[in-house]
Design a protein around this ligand. Structure first.
Ligand SMILES: NC(=O)c1ccc[n+]([C@@H]2O[C@H](COP(=O)([O-])OP(=O)(O)OC[C@H]3O[C@@H](n4cnc5c(N)ncnc54)[C@H](O)[C@@H]3O)[C@@H](O)[C@H]2O)c1
Length: 319
Protein backbone atom coordinates (compact mmCIF):
# COMPACT_ATOMS: atom_id res chain seq x y z
CA UNK A 1 0.00 0.00 0.00
CA UNK A 2 1.28 3.47 -0.87
CA UNK A 3 0.08 6.21 1.43
CA UNK A 4 -1.55 8.82 -0.78
CA UNK A 5 -0.94 12.35 0.53
CA UNK A 6 -3.87 13.79 -1.42
CA UNK A 7 -6.45 11.68 0.40
CA UNK A 8 -7.38 11.72 4.06
CA UNK A 9 -4.42 9.44 4.46
CA UNK A 10 -3.10 10.31 7.90
CA UNK A 11 -4.98 10.46 11.19
CA UNK A 12 -3.50 11.80 14.42
CA UNK A 13 -5.24 11.12 17.72
CA UNK A 14 -4.25 13.04 20.86
CA UNK A 15 -3.38 16.68 20.15
CA UNK A 16 -1.28 17.62 23.17
CA UNK A 17 2.43 18.39 23.34
CA UNK A 18 3.30 15.76 20.72
CA UNK A 19 0.16 15.29 18.64
CA UNK A 20 -0.29 18.88 17.48
CA UNK A 21 3.31 19.00 16.21
CA UNK A 22 2.88 15.65 14.44
CA UNK A 23 -0.23 16.99 12.67
CA UNK A 24 1.73 20.09 11.68
CA UNK A 25 4.63 18.06 10.26
CA UNK A 26 2.38 15.94 8.03
CA UNK A 27 0.32 18.94 6.87
CA UNK A 28 3.43 21.01 6.08
CA UNK A 29 4.67 18.13 3.93
CA UNK A 30 1.44 18.30 1.91
CA UNK A 31 -0.59 15.51 3.53
CA UNK A 32 -4.31 15.73 4.21
CA UNK A 33 -4.55 15.10 7.94
CA UNK A 34 -7.48 14.28 10.18
CA UNK A 35 -7.06 15.14 13.85
CA UNK A 36 -8.95 14.26 17.03
CA UNK A 37 -8.65 14.65 20.79
CA UNK A 38 -11.13 13.58 23.46
CA UNK A 39 -10.64 17.05 24.94
CA UNK A 40 -12.62 19.35 22.64
CA UNK A 41 -10.48 22.35 23.66
CA UNK A 42 -7.40 20.68 22.16
CA UNK A 43 -9.30 20.23 18.89
CA UNK A 44 -10.60 23.81 18.92
CA UNK A 45 -7.12 25.24 19.53
CA UNK A 46 -5.33 23.07 16.97
CA UNK A 47 -5.40 25.43 13.96
CA UNK A 48 -4.41 28.44 16.06
CA UNK A 49 -1.56 26.54 17.71
CA UNK A 50 -0.17 25.32 14.41
CA UNK A 51 -0.51 28.76 12.79
CA UNK A 52 1.57 30.25 15.64
CA UNK A 53 4.26 27.53 15.33
CA UNK A 54 4.47 28.01 11.57
CA UNK A 55 4.70 31.80 11.90
CA UNK A 56 7.66 31.38 14.27
CA UNK A 57 9.40 28.93 11.93
CA UNK A 58 8.89 31.33 9.03
CA UNK A 59 10.23 34.27 11.06
CA UNK A 60 13.32 32.24 11.84
CA UNK A 61 13.70 31.44 8.14
CA UNK A 62 13.70 27.67 8.64
CA UNK A 63 10.72 27.03 6.39
CA UNK A 64 9.67 28.78 3.21
CA UNK A 65 6.70 31.11 3.27
CA UNK A 66 3.58 28.95 3.32
CA UNK A 67 0.03 29.86 2.57
CA UNK A 68 -1.35 29.38 6.07
CA UNK A 69 -4.97 29.08 4.92
CA UNK A 70 -4.02 26.36 2.47
CA UNK A 71 -2.01 24.59 5.18
CA UNK A 72 -4.87 24.70 7.68
CA UNK A 73 -7.35 23.57 5.03
CA UNK A 74 -5.39 20.31 4.85
CA UNK A 75 -6.07 19.69 8.56
CA UNK A 76 -9.57 18.39 9.24
CA UNK A 77 -10.55 18.68 12.91
CA UNK A 78 -12.81 15.76 13.85
CA UNK A 79 -15.33 15.66 16.64
CA UNK A 80 -15.61 11.90 17.03
CA UNK A 81 -13.13 9.04 17.12
CA UNK A 82 -14.89 7.20 14.30
CA UNK A 83 -14.72 10.28 12.05
CA UNK A 84 -10.95 10.53 12.51
CA UNK A 85 -10.33 6.84 11.91
CA UNK A 86 -12.53 6.01 8.94
CA UNK A 87 -10.73 5.70 5.56
CA UNK A 88 -7.35 6.44 7.10
CA UNK A 89 -4.24 4.74 5.75
CA UNK A 90 -1.92 5.68 8.58
CA UNK A 91 -3.11 6.19 12.15
CA UNK A 92 -0.75 7.55 14.76
CA UNK A 93 -1.69 8.05 18.37
CA UNK A 94 -0.17 10.49 20.85
CA UNK A 95 -2.71 9.87 23.62
CA UNK A 96 -2.15 9.13 27.31
CA UNK A 97 0.87 6.99 28.23
CA UNK A 98 -1.23 4.15 29.62
CA UNK A 99 -0.91 0.60 28.28
CA UNK A 100 -4.57 -0.31 28.66
CA UNK A 101 -5.79 2.94 27.08
CA UNK A 102 -3.50 2.40 24.09
CA UNK A 103 -4.48 -1.29 23.74
CA UNK A 104 -8.18 -0.41 23.83
CA UNK A 105 -7.68 2.45 21.37
CA UNK A 106 -6.01 0.21 18.78
CA UNK A 107 -8.65 -2.49 19.30
CA UNK A 108 -11.33 0.12 18.41
CA UNK A 109 -9.27 1.15 15.35
CA UNK A 110 -9.34 -2.41 14.03
CA UNK A 111 -13.12 -2.37 13.99
CA UNK A 112 -13.17 0.67 11.70
CA UNK A 113 -10.20 0.54 9.37
CA UNK A 114 -8.94 -1.77 6.61
CA UNK A 115 -6.62 -4.63 7.66
CA UNK A 116 -3.68 -2.95 5.94
CA UNK A 117 -4.06 0.47 7.60
CA UNK A 118 -0.85 1.15 9.50
CA UNK A 119 -1.27 1.64 13.26
CA UNK A 120 1.50 3.66 14.89
CA UNK A 121 2.02 4.49 18.54
CA UNK A 122 4.16 7.28 19.93
CA UNK A 123 4.62 5.49 23.24
CA UNK A 124 7.70 6.45 25.23
CA UNK A 125 7.84 3.29 27.26
CA UNK A 126 5.64 0.36 26.20
CA UNK A 127 6.79 -2.34 23.76
CA UNK A 128 4.63 -2.39 20.62
CA UNK A 129 4.42 -6.16 21.10
CA UNK A 130 2.38 -5.53 24.26
CA UNK A 131 0.29 -2.69 22.86
CA UNK A 132 -0.62 -4.85 19.84
CA UNK A 133 -1.01 -8.11 21.77
CA UNK A 134 -4.79 -8.19 21.38
CA UNK A 135 -4.93 -7.11 17.73
CA UNK A 136 -6.19 -9.33 14.95
CA UNK A 137 -3.54 -7.96 12.54
CA UNK A 138 -0.55 -7.04 14.77
CA UNK A 139 1.75 -7.14 11.74
CA UNK A 140 0.62 -3.60 10.82
CA UNK A 141 1.35 -2.09 14.25
CA UNK A 142 4.58 -0.19 14.90
CA UNK A 143 6.06 2.32 17.30
CA UNK A 144 7.20 5.56 15.71
CA UNK A 145 8.75 7.43 18.62
CA UNK A 146 9.00 11.17 17.95
CA UNK A 147 10.93 13.63 20.10
CA UNK A 148 9.61 16.85 21.58
CA UNK A 149 9.06 19.29 19.87
CA UNK A 150 8.02 16.87 17.12
CA UNK A 151 7.82 19.51 14.38
CA UNK A 152 11.43 20.51 15.10
CA UNK A 153 13.47 17.44 16.09
CA UNK A 154 14.38 15.50 12.93
CA UNK A 155 14.83 11.97 14.30
CA UNK A 156 12.01 9.47 14.88
CA UNK A 157 12.92 6.09 16.39
CA UNK A 158 11.10 3.28 14.57
CA UNK A 159 10.65 0.23 16.78
CA UNK A 160 8.81 -2.78 15.40
CA UNK A 161 7.03 -5.22 17.70
CA UNK A 162 7.75 -8.95 17.47
CA UNK A 163 4.92 -9.42 14.99
CA UNK A 164 5.38 -6.26 12.94
CA UNK A 165 5.93 -7.15 9.27
CA UNK A 166 8.91 -6.00 7.24
CA UNK A 167 6.46 -4.30 4.88
CA UNK A 168 5.03 -2.22 7.75
CA UNK A 169 8.52 -1.17 8.81
CA UNK A 170 9.42 -0.12 5.26
CA UNK A 171 6.15 1.78 4.82
CA UNK A 172 6.56 3.63 8.12
CA UNK A 173 10.19 4.48 7.32
CA UNK A 174 9.38 5.81 3.86
CA UNK A 175 6.35 7.75 5.10
CA UNK A 176 8.53 9.48 7.72
CA UNK A 177 11.20 10.19 5.10
CA UNK A 178 8.55 11.70 2.82
CA UNK A 179 7.76 14.32 5.48
CA UNK A 180 11.42 15.26 5.97
CA UNK A 181 12.07 13.21 9.11
CA UNK A 182 15.10 11.02 9.80
CA UNK A 183 13.62 7.68 10.85
CA UNK A 184 16.10 5.43 12.65
CA UNK A 185 15.30 1.75 12.85
CA UNK A 186 15.78 0.07 16.22
CA UNK A 187 16.40 -3.67 15.89
CA UNK A 188 15.44 -4.92 19.35
CA UNK A 189 12.50 -3.91 21.49
CA UNK A 190 14.31 -2.86 24.68
CA UNK A 191 12.84 -0.72 27.48
CA UNK A 192 13.54 2.94 26.69
CA UNK A 193 14.37 1.99 23.07
CA UNK A 194 17.78 3.63 22.47
CA UNK A 195 17.73 7.39 23.03
CA UNK A 196 16.03 7.28 26.43
CA UNK A 197 18.50 4.62 27.61
CA UNK A 198 21.36 6.94 26.67
CA UNK A 199 19.65 9.86 28.34
CA UNK A 200 19.21 7.99 31.63
CA UNK A 201 22.77 6.65 31.53
CA UNK A 202 24.10 10.19 31.18
CA UNK A 203 21.68 11.72 33.70
CA UNK A 204 22.80 9.16 36.30
CA UNK A 205 26.35 10.44 36.09
CA UNK A 206 25.48 14.12 35.56
CA UNK A 207 23.12 14.25 38.55
CA UNK A 208 25.65 12.43 40.69
CA UNK A 209 28.38 14.94 39.79
CA UNK A 210 26.12 17.96 40.35
CA UNK A 211 24.79 16.46 43.60
CA UNK A 212 28.33 15.94 44.92
CA UNK A 213 29.23 19.53 44.05
CA UNK A 214 31.85 18.49 41.50
CA UNK A 215 30.35 20.93 39.01
CA UNK A 216 27.42 23.34 39.14
CA UNK A 217 24.32 22.69 37.02
CA UNK A 218 25.01 25.94 35.16
CA UNK A 219 28.62 24.97 34.34
CA UNK A 220 27.60 21.44 33.38
CA UNK A 221 25.28 22.86 30.72
CA UNK A 222 28.02 25.20 29.49
CA UNK A 223 30.57 22.37 29.39
CA UNK A 224 28.36 19.83 27.59
CA UNK A 225 27.06 22.37 25.07
CA UNK A 226 30.60 23.45 24.22
CA UNK A 227 32.25 20.02 24.10
CA UNK A 228 30.40 16.71 23.89
CA UNK A 229 27.15 18.28 22.67
CA UNK A 230 28.85 20.18 19.86
CA UNK A 231 30.88 17.19 18.71
CA UNK A 232 27.93 14.82 18.89
CA UNK A 233 25.65 17.18 17.02
CA UNK A 234 28.25 17.81 14.34
CA UNK A 235 29.41 14.25 13.59
CA UNK A 236 27.80 11.86 16.09
CA UNK A 237 29.42 10.00 19.03
CA UNK A 238 30.51 6.92 17.11
CA UNK A 239 32.45 9.03 14.65
CA UNK A 240 33.91 11.04 17.54
CA UNK A 241 35.20 7.66 18.80
CA UNK A 242 36.64 6.84 15.38
CA UNK A 243 38.36 10.20 15.20
CA UNK A 244 39.78 9.91 18.71
CA UNK A 245 40.94 6.30 18.27
CA UNK A 246 39.37 3.31 20.04
CA UNK A 247 42.69 2.27 21.63
CA UNK A 248 42.68 5.55 23.56
CA UNK A 249 39.02 5.13 24.44
CA UNK A 250 39.69 1.56 25.63
CA UNK A 251 42.34 2.79 28.06
CA UNK A 252 40.23 5.69 29.35
CA UNK A 253 37.24 3.34 29.65
CA UNK A 254 39.17 0.85 31.80
CA UNK A 255 40.26 3.57 34.20
CA UNK A 256 36.92 5.37 34.41
CA UNK A 257 34.30 2.63 34.13
CA UNK A 258 34.81 1.49 37.77
CA UNK A 259 34.67 5.14 38.92
CA UNK A 260 31.34 6.21 37.45
CA UNK A 261 27.86 5.45 38.79
CA UNK A 262 26.54 2.02 37.86
CA UNK A 263 23.82 1.37 40.45
CA UNK A 264 20.09 1.87 40.00
CA UNK A 265 19.43 4.06 43.06
CA UNK A 266 17.90 7.46 42.39
CA UNK A 267 20.77 10.00 42.64
CA UNK A 268 20.35 11.85 45.95
CA UNK A 269 20.02 15.25 44.30
CA UNK A 270 17.19 13.98 42.10
CA UNK A 271 15.38 12.61 45.13
CA UNK A 272 15.79 15.99 46.86
CA UNK A 273 14.57 17.96 43.85
CA UNK A 274 11.42 15.85 43.62
CA UNK A 275 10.80 15.91 47.40
CA UNK A 276 11.17 19.68 47.57
CA UNK A 277 8.84 20.21 44.60
CA UNK A 278 11.55 21.87 42.51
CA UNK A 279 10.44 20.09 39.36
CA UNK A 280 11.71 22.60 36.83
CA UNK A 281 9.71 24.79 34.48
CA UNK A 282 6.34 23.47 35.63
CA UNK A 283 6.88 24.63 39.23
CA UNK A 284 8.96 27.69 38.35
CA UNK A 285 12.10 26.29 39.96
CA UNK A 286 14.46 23.46 39.08
CA UNK A 287 18.23 23.84 38.92
CA UNK A 288 17.30 27.12 37.22
CA UNK A 289 14.58 29.66 37.93
CA UNK A 290 11.57 30.07 35.61
CA UNK A 291 9.45 33.02 36.83
CA UNK A 292 5.80 32.45 36.01
CA UNK A 293 5.51 35.82 34.31
CA UNK A 294 8.14 35.00 31.70
CA UNK A 295 7.46 31.30 31.14
CA UNK A 296 5.93 31.73 27.67
CA UNK A 297 8.96 33.74 26.60
CA UNK A 298 11.35 31.15 28.07
CA UNK A 299 9.61 28.32 26.22
CA UNK A 300 9.62 30.31 22.96
CA UNK A 301 13.31 31.06 23.39
CA UNK A 302 14.09 27.36 24.00
CA UNK A 303 12.04 26.28 20.95
CA UNK A 304 13.71 28.94 18.81
CA UNK A 305 17.12 27.63 19.85
CA UNK A 306 16.09 24.07 18.89
CA UNK A 307 14.83 25.33 15.54
CA UNK A 308 17.95 27.40 14.85
CA UNK A 309 20.35 24.57 15.72
CA UNK A 310 18.24 22.09 13.74
CA UNK A 311 18.49 24.40 10.77
CA UNK A 312 22.28 24.68 11.12
CA UNK A 313 22.57 20.89 11.09
CA UNK A 314 20.29 20.65 8.07
CA UNK A 315 22.44 23.17 6.21
CA UNK A 316 25.64 21.37 7.22
CA UNK A 317 24.38 18.07 5.82
CA UNK A 318 22.85 19.44 2.62
CA UNK A 319 24.08 17.32 -0.27
N1 LIG B 1 6.03 14.85 25.80
C1 LIG B 1 7.10 14.23 25.33
O1 LIG B 1 8.24 14.73 25.43
C2 LIG B 1 6.97 12.92 24.61
C3 LIG B 1 8.03 12.48 23.78
C4 LIG B 1 7.88 11.29 23.07
C5 LIG B 1 6.73 10.53 23.21
N2 LIG B 1 5.72 10.95 24.04
C6 LIG B 1 4.51 10.13 24.12
O2 LIG B 1 3.50 10.72 23.32
C7 LIG B 1 2.22 10.47 23.90
C8 LIG B 1 1.53 11.78 24.18
O3 LIG B 1 2.34 12.55 25.03
P1 LIG B 1 2.12 14.13 25.20
O4 LIG B 1 3.30 14.62 25.94
O5 LIG B 1 1.73 14.73 23.91
O6 LIG B 1 0.87 14.13 26.19
P2 LIG B 1 -0.20 15.32 26.42
O7 LIG B 1 -0.79 15.04 27.74
O8 LIG B 1 0.41 16.64 26.14
O9 LIG B 1 -1.29 15.05 25.29
C9 LIG B 1 -2.10 13.91 25.26
C10 LIG B 1 -3.40 14.29 24.59
O10 LIG B 1 -4.14 13.11 24.33
C11 LIG B 1 -5.49 13.32 24.68
N3 LIG B 1 -6.05 12.00 24.94
C12 LIG B 1 -5.74 11.18 25.99
N4 LIG B 1 -6.40 10.01 25.85
C13 LIG B 1 -7.12 10.10 24.68
C14 LIG B 1 -7.98 9.21 23.98
N5 LIG B 1 -8.25 7.99 24.43
N6 LIG B 1 -8.52 9.65 22.81
C15 LIG B 1 -8.26 10.89 22.34
N7 LIG B 1 -7.46 11.77 22.96
C16 LIG B 1 -6.88 11.37 24.11
C17 LIG B 1 -5.46 14.28 25.85
O11 LIG B 1 -6.69 14.99 25.94
C18 LIG B 1 -4.28 15.18 25.50
O12 LIG B 1 -4.68 16.33 24.77
C19 LIG B 1 2.48 9.62 25.14
O13 LIG B 1 2.37 8.27 24.79
C20 LIG B 1 3.91 9.99 25.51
O14 LIG B 1 4.55 9.01 26.25
C21 LIG B 1 5.82 12.14 24.72
Amino acid sequence: MTIDSSKNAVSVIGLGTMGHGIVQTFALAGYQVKAFDENSQAVLQLHQRIAANVATMQDLGVIDQVNIDALLSRIQCCTTESEVLIDSQFITEAIAEDLQIKQEFFARCEELVAPDTLLASNTSSFPMTEIASQLEYPERAINTHWFNPPHVIPVVEVIPGQQTSEQTIEQAMSLLQSIGKQPVRIHQELPGFVMNRLQVALFREMLDLVGRGVISAEDLDVAVRGSLGLRWAAVGPMRVGDFGGWDILAKVYQVLAPEIRSDSELPQVLDEMVDSGNLGLKTGQGFFEFPETSQDEIIRDKDNKFVAWGQLLKEAYKE
